[in-house]
Write a protein that binds this ligand. Structure first.
Ligand SMILES: Nc1nc2c(c(=O)[nH]1)N[C@H]1C(S)=C(S)[C@@H](COP(=O)(O)O)O[C@H]1N2
Ligand SMILES: [Mo]
Length: 409
């Protein structure tokens, strides 16, 4: 055996030992596992067990972890952690000690920088809001020509209940100069390259959004400490905007005297052409604009697509609708591919920036295959497009009508 083979054997043995240790048992025939093959146990169970996720979550990427919900598992009014999509740009921070965690607020536009421990933050009034977080790239998979990036379908959206301190209260405590324009976040996740001087992502919001009542520096989600994968122990939460502005694992907020220039603020990241373009167009950076409030959208969460009904049986359709900073005014459904629309019953949001629940009772005229489409309209009268909205290079903001298949027999 040559030196190279020897070394490979050695590596394989130590990998096997590690695998067996985390399995808690010996891998019989482990020596025979082909090079580069991952035993099923690790492939299937790692994500779900490690992050306590529902088995119906769909993994899009494992380095970094990215996974989305399916429409029918978003049926809860408040999204449980197990059904919340995961969007990571880098690697999750390891060995977090919440007792040692500190948040520093600095930047050109603070009167003086200050650092807060979690206990310090918990002394400020505690606020709780349900906040809709949708990835800017949700729905990307439908664009043509296709856009690079995670091929999200409809499940990169959540509405959990977040608690923490108002960012505004912290900014008041720190004291801002008159030239403050933007608040940028820095998180403790690491860049995929491993380079500690690089941030995987460092975005933020303009001051006007930062000082809204609902913009939180959150330490709880659904009444518990924030799950690791969603930003433990501290997260910026700015509902209604692309979720990329809601920084996870934050240890620093920088109050800037210009638009924040952190990672993924420039180029085509979370930006769309300022004017609509033909599909496939190359757009210059200077003609790209930062995405702010997310567009009107809805999802059908019951029934699951493919539902079977008996003739004469009515269907109680339901779901959620949201419109970024705006309120949803109407939701309608169609069973004839959008030729005619009927109203749904729509509830008011629990608070601003929370998604709204809707339902409708549907009767089908005869046996056969149907599609049920839902379409929401915001308070300004803008409705979801039936098929696809305007193309953009990175495939953001697909707010097309969601639809499900129903068969009546
Ligand atoms: N530190 C940090 N914050 C982050 C990200 C990240 O990779 N690192 N991803 C952003 C993006 S693009 C989205 S869509 C949301 C996803 O939040 P979730 O994983 O809790 O659903 O977190 C945002 N905040
Ligand atoms: Mo995102």
């Amino acid at each position: 055996m040559g030196l190279k083979e020897n070394r490979r054997e050695f590596i394989k043995k130590s990998v096997l030992a590690t695998l067996s240790a985390s399995l808690g048992t010996n891998i019989v025939f482990g020596k025979l596992i082909p090079d580069g093959y991952t035993p099923l146990f690790f492939e299937q169970d790692d994500f779900y067990k490690r992050f306590d996720k529902d088995k119906s979550m769909v993994i899009l990427n494992d380095r970094p972890w990215n996974a989305e919900a399916q429409a029918h598992i978003l049926d809860d009014k408040v999204t449980p952690a197990s059904r919340m999509f995961v969007r990571n740009n880098g690697l999750i921070p390891q060995n977090i000690d919440a007792n040692q965690w500190a948040l520093t607020i600095d930047g050109e536009s603070v009167v003086g920088k200050r650092t807060y421990t979690l206990d310090d933050l918990k002394k400020f009034p505690k606020q709780t809001y349900q906040l809709t977080l949708e990835c800017g790239g949700n729905g990307r998979s439908e664009f043509d020509p296709p856009a690079k990036g995670n091929q999200w379908t409809i499940g990169a959206v959540s509405c959990a209940e977040w608690s923490g301190v108002r960012l505004k209260d912290l900014l008041d405590d720190v004291g801002l100069k008159n030239d403050a324009v933007y608040v940028g976040y820095y998180g403790k996740d690491t860049h995929l390259s491993g380079d500690p001087s690089k941030n995987p992502i460092s975005r933020g919001v303009p001051i006007s959004k930062a000082i809204m009542d609902e913009t939180l520096v959150a330490y709880e989600m659904n009444g518990e400490a924030i799950p690791l994968v969603h930003g433990f122990p501290l997260r910026l939460v700015a509902g209604g905007w692309p979720a990329s502005v809601s920084g996870k694992w934050i240890d620093r907020l920088s109050v800037r005297n210009k638009v924040h220039d952190g990672a993924k603020m420039g180029g085509s990241s979370y930006r769309i052409p300022c004017e609509t373009v033909e599909p496939g167009t190359k757009v210059l950076d200077e003609n790209m604009c930062i995405i702010e409030s997310m567009p009107i959208k809805s999802v059908i969460t019951y029934p699951k697509s493919g539902a079977l009904l008996n003739q004469g049986q009515s269907l109680r359709l339901r779901g959620h609708a949201w419109a970024g900073e705006l309120k949803v005014k109407d939701v309608e459904y169609s069973i004839d591919f959008g030729a005619t629309w009927n109203p749904c019953i729509l509830q008011n949001p629990v608070n601003r920036l929370a998604w709204q629940h809707w339902n409708a009772k549907i009767n089908f005229p005869e046996k056969g295959y149907y599609e049920v489409w839902a379409r929401a309209t915001d308070e300004n009268g803008t409705s979801q497009p039936m098929i696809l909205p305007g193309w953009n290079p990175k495939g953001y903001l697909n707010n097309a009508c969601h639809r499900i298949a129903v068969k009546v027999t």
